[in-house]
Design a protein around this ligand. Structure first.
Ligand SMILES: [Zn+2]
Length: 64
């Protein structure tokens, strides 16, 4: 069985760039975001560490 949706190659998203260890534009500040520099993937979009801090979404409480 052939499904048309599978004909399209999966798009290489910003999240994929980050997972590959590469930088990608942060959706908030347009700076390059890297996982190794604290960036995270939120809803499939890269967000840099600085913006995460501003948004207060770093789960520092996990270590409490
Ligand atoms: Zn940012």
């Amino acid at each position: 069985m052939r499904q048309e949706a599978w004909d399209a190659l999966p798009e290489f998203t910003g999240a994929d760039w980050l997972r590959a260890g590469l930088g990608h534009t942060c959706i908030e500040c347009q700076e390059l975001a890297y996982l190794k520099f604290g960036a995270r993937i939120i809803d499939g979009q890269p967000i840099c560490g600085e913006c995460l801090k501003e948004q207060g979404e770093m789960k520092e409480a996990e270590h409490a």
